[in-house]
Design a protein around this ligand. Structure first.
Ligand SMILES: [Fe+2]
Length: 271
């Protein structure tokens, strides 16, 4: 006898939506991260700041456009380099250093706010390293999926800002809330087995079988996937998530574009 239906325990999008100007924001943000691994703030950046960030983004890409981007690795992973190809576009990666300050001063200010430091410290523990890496992503080559369900090899707390309106057809961020803790165990196990970045099997549904998924998550793949949420959000929206929360970026239709800036914070002192 089955007790409870397919939707039992499913999380709603509205329960993850927070107003960053609200009085209980700090407490609510921490609670959502601990419980679900993710929350979001619609229209977190507004004009004219949002337009200024877009201009920094465009300028940064224009400065490297005549250089050759690094290509995907043999395992299909995005290269760790300044300017690289992805399957559906290109990315620019910065360290949070003097060069980043000089070239993207507004973005730097946006990713250095006190509340982010407080949240990172509370969630990751102290010491931690706030927004150590900042990645600008421009997706424009259509595909059924920008990146499939995965966890990031190096666990991070990510602050992810959308520079375009996001709908179902320009690579919406999609996540399965509440999967953070079991995915963490999968990630650590992968590192213990393989010890190499490129060998970590990060594609949760493609690279792990039904039995492993059920052992970890208490659900088979179809049920787990049915709990996915799609974040269709206006430009300027902020998503904050633990990268152990199973996530992906979805369909990119022909003629569509998706620009994102995301920053990664880590446990401990990241040199
Ligand atoms: Fe990711």
């Amino acid at each position: 006898m089955l007790i409870g239906g397919l939707h039992a325990g499913r999380i709603s999008l509205s329960s993850l939506r927070l107003d960053h100007t609200g009085g209980n924001f700090a407490e609510d943000a921490l609670e959502r991260l601990r419980e679900y691994g993710i929350f979001y703030c619609p229209s977190w950046l507004e004009e004219p700041v949002l337009e200024s960030v877009r201009q920094e983004f465009e300028l940064a890409f224009s400065e490297v456009r005549n250089t050759d981007p690094a290509q995907l690795t043999d395992e299909g992973k995005v290269p760790v380099s300044r300017y690289g190809r992805t399957r559906t576009g290109a990315q620019l990666r910065f360290d949070n250093d003097a060069e980043f300050v000089n070239r993207l001063p507004i973005s730097r200010a946006i990713f250095s706010q006190d509340w982010m430091a407080d949240l990172a410290g509370s969630y990751l523990g102290i010491p931690c390293t706030l927004n150590r890496h900042i990645i600008l992503t421009d997706d424009f080559d259509p595909d059924q999926e920008i990146i499939p369900h995965h966890f990031d090899e190096m666990n991070a707390l990510k602050f992810y800002v959308c520079l375009d309106d996001i709908d179902r057809e320009n690579g919406p961020f999609q996540a399965i809330p509440g999967t953070t803790e079991p995915t963490s165990r999968l990630r650590v196990n992968e590192w213990l087995r393989h010890e190499k970045f490129d060998d970590v099997r990060q594609r949760v549904f493609e690279q792990h079988n039904e039995e492993v998924i059920h052992a970890l998550y208490g659900q088979f793949k179809a049920t787990l996937r049915s709990r996915e949420l799609t974040f269709q959000v206006p430009a300027g929206s902020l998503l904050v998530f633990d990268t152990d929360t199973v996530h992906r970026a979805g369909l990119l239709s022909p003629g569509r574009r998706r620009r994102i800036i995301r920053a990664s914070s880590y446990r401990g002192i990241w040199p």
